[in-house]
Each structure stands twice: as C-alpha cells, then as structure tokens.
Design a binder for this molecule. Structure first.
Ligand code: CDP
Length: 215
C-alpha cells in the first residue's frame, strides 16, 4: 500500500505520516528532508541556493545517511529547501530516490508537496493535509521553541506565508491537492484526532481494513 500525504508547511503531515507508517508497519520517507539536505549542503559550502547547477550537483549526491542530521529540521534548512526545490533539475534528480523508496513490495508512506501529483500518482491513498496559516505558525513556533531555536511567532507566520506562496506558485510541481486526494483540515484537530481521521480515510479508500501492527 502506498500512502501519499501532502500539504503546506507545518500542517501536521510529518507527524501524521510517521504515525500512519508505524500503524501499518510501512517504511516512511519525509521527502522534505531531501530538499533540506540539498539546501544545508549548499549553505555549508557558502554556495548560492539560487544556483541551479550547484544545487543539481549536490542533489545527485544525496544518500539516505544524509537525512539523519537533526539540523535539517531547523528553520534555515526549511527556508533553504523551499528555494532549492524550485529548480526543476533538482526535483528531477530527487525523483528516482523517492520512487525507489515507494517501490518496495510492502509499499510506503511518503509525505511532501507533490507526492500524490508527481512522485506517486498511482498511490492507493492520497491525503492533502491543511490547517490555517495562524495555526500552522503556532505549531511551528512550539516546535522550534522545543528545539531551542529563538522564536518570534509573527516572524514564523511571515515565513510560513512566504513559503506557501513560493510552493504554490512555482512552475515545477507546485503544491496542490491531487484531484483524487482526500482533504484533511487539521486546524481544529490535535495529532490524535488527525490520526484517527487519516486511518478512517485509509480504510475507506482501500475499502477494507488494513492490517495494523501498532499505534
Ligand atoms: O513542514 P515543512 O514544510 O516546514 O518542511 P518540509 O516538508 O521539510 O518542506 C520544506 C520545503 O521543501 C518546502 O517548503 C518545499 O518547498 C520543499 N519540498 C518540496 O518542494 N517537495 C517536497 N516533496 C517536499 C518539500
């Protein structure tokens, strides 16, 4: 079973994807980490994130072990990711990695922006997770605060709005729900309630109870 979970920044798709993967015993890929890893490597080398050729060279060298660095979850890597992910050649270079991940016999849960539209258009289940920008900024501020990063909620909201605009308006694989995705608005749902809704969507979409192996 392949489950594609897309949505804007801090919509809760990562937490949801991890829980769905654990519940059904499927491997999980947070595709944002790929773009974050490319951005972080360029930043460390002092290279320009807008330089498509430099970003492509880095993207070609990304390996699974590069995705484990906790620094990738920080604000700079996220902002940088949204800049490098605009380059179509970077997206193309990371496509095979994502398709190979999904191609295991058991399937996978992948979260991102274009999983249901571009990476896995034939996914068994597609969920598009949304939440209001204010609620997403509140969640992201809590997350960054917990990581020890200084937080100004107004600045976080401005970041989120800028990132939404960049992700939605880019030419290559813009953020949008696939025609056959189920919308899940988590503005008024906590993680537990969002998980319960997502399980219901999986079961409805596959029209049979999936074998769950845990919480
Ligand atoms: O949750 P958050 O949006 O902060 O982080 P993320 O999912 O790791 O995505 C970081 C950035 O990477 C996004 O703003 C997108 O520009 C880009 N991205 C993408 O273009 N395609 C994906 N499949 C995943 C992320």
């Amino acid at each position: 079973m392949i489950v594609a979970i897309d949505g804007p920044a801090a919509s809760g798709k990562g937490t949801l994807a991890r829980r769905i993967a654990r519940h059904y015993g499927l491997p999980h890929l947070d595709s944002g980490l790929l773009y974050r890893a490319v951005a972080q490597r360029l930043l460390i080398r002092g290279e320009d994130l807008g330089d498509a050729a430099a970003a492509l060279a880095v993207a070609r060298g990304i390996e699974p072990k590069h995705l484990d660095d906790p620094a990738l979850r920080g604000r700079h890597a996220g902002e940088g990711a949204s800049i490098v992910s605009v380059h179509p050649e970077v997206r193309a270079a990371l496509l095979d990695f994502q398709r190979a991940f999904a191609a295991t016999p058991r399937g996978a849960v992948i979260d991102g922006r274009d999983i249901g539209t571009v990476i896995c258009p034939d996914a068994d289940v597609k969920i598009f997770v949304t939440a209001s920008a204010q609620e997403r900024a509140r969640r992201r501020a809590l997350e960054l605060g917990a990581r020890g990063e200084p937080v100004d909620e107004a600045a976080v909201l401005a970041d989120i709005e800028a990132r939404d605009a960049r992700d939605r308006n880019r030419a290559a694989a813009p953020l949008k729900a696939a025609d056959d995705a189920v919308l899940l608005d988590t503005t008024d749902l906590d993680a537990e309630a969002a998980f319960a809704e997502a399980v219901a969507i999986v079961e409805a979409r596959t029209r049979r109870p999936q074998r769950a192996i845990g919480g």
